[in-house]
Design a binder for this molecule. Structure first.
Ligand code: KG4
Ligand code: ZN
Length: 334
């Protein structure tokens, strides 16, 4: 079964074809980052309009490059939420219309389910059950994954998501949007001599809070001489605090659930310090760790095609209505 996956929840137009037996056939991504960086963040109306311009040509290119025709596609998976309403509607209505025209089923995919299944596209995929840490621009979730669709929420961010905290702190340091990867690069030049707090680690529980780190960064920047070394040191202190906080919570989640497999996905899972601290922790805990390849950490169509293919094979599909949910708690999938 060839499944076309469509991702348009935010500022990347991602499309992919996944085959139930042959695996990932091809994927194409168009990023709007350059367009939004001028405004310091994603402008929802511009995002929707750009998805409209890019989506159909990208699907054509994808099918052609895969040496397939539209007649080969047997199902369509689209991101139905969470995300920006206008952006989601472009993907959902395109997917639904194509499915109707091609007389094939369409299935709505939860964006965070796409992220958490992204390591399944790698050579050594995790077996169920596992703990998943999902760290993106919009969400920070710790989830116990028992099987496809059975997700128990263990913890979440009570305020800013991890990626949001990276982006906001990067902005304070004068870095352009999206600041996460730029802050990480800057941190390489710094020393984490300023000790940032490790929020919510001194009490039991698996929830997160990252907004205080941004405020701490602001106060530290204001109190410094704002030299480039000061900025690099603040970036290093901030990044280490996020990495250690995530590591403490993941260790707790593994111990609490008794599971020995940890999946880390979402845009922030591309961060090398976070990857290395989490990897060290899992070695000590005698657990296995799984990441998506770097290009599938951030938003992409491949993870949506994969998740949709699994759901279609379980016999699930949506009706003719266009399904888009900007807010959609992952726990509601269960
Ligand atoms: O998963 P994603 O592409 O989009 C959402 O679903 O939100 O994640 C984007 C987020 C942004 O906040 C971006 O700054 C962050 O992931 N990010 C990083 C890195 N690469 C992407 N944050 C820290 N270090 C990185 N290397
Ligand atoms: Zn995402």
């Amino acid at each position: 079964m060839y499944v076309l996956g469509i991702e348009t929840s935010c500022d990347e137009t991602g499309v992919a074809i996944y085959h139930a037996k042959r695996g990932l056939i091809n994927h194409v991504l168009y990023s709007q980052v350059e367009m939004h960086s001028e405004y310091g963040g994603v402008v929802p109306e511009l995002a929707s309009r750009d998805h409209i311009r890019k989506l159909v040509p990208l699907i054509k290119q994808l099918i052609q490059e895969s040496q397939l025709t539209s007649a080969d596609i047997e199902g369509i998976a689209y991101t139905a939420g969470p995300g920006l309403m206008g952006a989601l509607l472009v993907g959902a209505s395109t997917a639904r219309s194509l499915a109707w025209t091609w007389k094939i089923p369409a299935v709505a995919v939860h964006h965070m389910e796409g992220h958490l299944l992204a390591p399944m596209l790698e050579e050594n995929p995790p077996a169920f059950p596992f703990v998943a840490l999902l760290i993106s621009g919009g969400h920070t979730l710790l989830v116990q994954v028992n099987q496809i669709g059975e997700y128990l929420l263990l913890g979440e961010s009570l305020d800013d998501a991890a990626g949001e905290a990276f982006d906001k702190t990067a902005k304070l340091l004068g870095l352009s949007y999206p600041g996460g990867p730029k802050l990480s690069k800057l941190a390489e030049q710094g020393y984490p001599q300023i000790k940032f707090p490790r929020p919510m680690t001194d009490r039991p529980g698996l929830d997160f809070s990252f907004s205080g780190l941004k405020t701490f960064a602001l106060n530290t920047i204001n109190a410094s001489e704002k030299t480039s070394q000061d900025k690099a040191d603040i970036a290093a202190g901030f990044q280490l605090a996020v990495a250690e906080t995530l590591t403490i919570k993941c260790k707790r989640a593994l111990q609490k659930t008794g599971l020995k497999r940890l999946v880390v996905a979402g845009g922030v899972s591309a961060n090398s310090q976070i990857r290395s601290l989490l990897t060290e922790m899992t070695i000590k805990e005698q657990a296995q760790i799984y990441f998506p390849r770097l290009e599938f950490c951030t938003d992409n169509g491949a993870m949506i095609a994969y998740a949709g293919c699994q759901r279609l094979m379980l016999g699930q599909q949506q009706g003719l209505d266009i399904f888009a949910r900007p807010r959609w708690p992952i726990s509601e999938l269960y």
